[in-house]
Design a protein. Structure first.
Length: 227
C-alpha cells in the first residue's frame, strides 16, 4: 500500500498463478502435501517461521538485513530457475546463479540468496546490503544537524548580554555538537523505518518461494539427496 511500502500477503489470484506455473491445481496441492508428509502427526502452521539472524550495523544503522525461511524440500533444478526469476523480478534485476547438489546460490549488486539442504528440508536465506546508504544517511544527517546547531548557537549568542560574551564559543560549539547528535538520531530513525519496509519485502519474496516449493515438493529432490 502507498505510504507504508509493505508487501500484501499473497492473494488467491497470485496463489493460482504460481500453481499454474508448476502444473498443479489447488486441490492437488493439498493432496500432494498430505502424501508427502510422514505418518507421524504434524501440527499445521500457516507459514514457515521467519528467522532473523543477527544483522550488521554501522554506528546503530543496519547495513545488512536478512530473512530466513524453512522450506519443506530442496527445489529441483527446474524449480530453481523459476526461483531465480522470482528473485530477479523483486530484488534488483538480473544476477548470477549457481546450482549444486545441496542447493543453490544467487546474487546481484543489491541482494544475495541461497538455499541449503537441511536434514528435514532446506533453508532459504535472503540478504540485502545497505552499507553505502547507511553511511550516506548518517553523514547527511550529521551535516544538517551541525549546520542547524551552528545557526541556533549563533542566534543564542546575539541574545545573551555582553557580560557573558565569554560563553559565545560554548554556545556555538555546543550547538554544533547537539545538532550532530540529533542529526544522527534522525538519520537512524529514517533508516530503521526504511529497513522495516525492506524486511517486509524480503519476507514477501520468501513466502512466494515457499509456495513454489510446496507446490512442487512431491517432485522435488528429497532431503537426503537423489540416488
Amino acid at each position: 500500500p502507498a505510504g507504508t511500502g509493505a508487501r500484501p500477503p499473497l492473494t488467491d489470484a497470485e496463489m493460482r498463478e504460481i500453481l499454474d506455473e508448476v502444473g498443479l491445481e489447488p486441490g492437488e496441492l493439498a493432496l500432494a502435501n498430505r502424501a508427502a508428509q510422514p505418518p507421524a502427526p504434524v501440527i499445521p502452521t500457516p507459514t514457515a517461521p521467519i528467522l532473523r539472524p543477527r544483522e550488521r550495523t554501522f554506528l546503530g544503522l543496519p547495513t545488512q538485513i536478512h530473512s530466513q525461511r524453512e522450506l519443506p524440500a530442496v527445489p529441483s533444478p527446474e524449480l530453481n530457475r523459476r526461483i531465480v526469476r522470482e528473485l530477479e523480478q523483486n530484488l534488483g534485476g538480473v544476477g548470477l546463479a549457481e546450482q549444486f547438489g545441496t542447493g543453490m546460490t544467487w546474487s546481484n549488486s543489491e541482494a544475495q540468496a541461497s538455499i541449503d539442504r537441511r536434514p528435514d528440508g532446506a533453508l532459504l536465506t535472503i540478504r540485502r546490503s545497505f552499507d553505502k546508504l547507511a553511511r550516506k544517511r548518517r553523514r547527511k544527517g550529521m551535516m544538517l544537524g551541525a549546520f542547524a546547531g551552528l545557526m541556533t548557537g549563533a542566534i543564542c549568542t546575539d541574545m545573551i548580554p555582553s557580560l557573558f560574551v565569554a560563553l559565545e564559543p560554548l554556545l556555538v560549539f555546543g550547538g554544533i555538537a547537539a545538532g550532530m547528535i540529533l542529526g544522527h538520531r534522525a538519520a537512524r530513525m529514517v533508516h530503521e523505518q526504511n529497513m522495516d519496509e525492506e524486511r517486509r519485502t524480503l519476507d514477501w519474496v520468501g513466502e512466494r518461494i515457499e509456495v513454489l516449493v510446496e507446490a512442487e515438493s512431491p517432485r522435488a529432490l528429497p532431503p537426503g539427496g537423489s540416488n
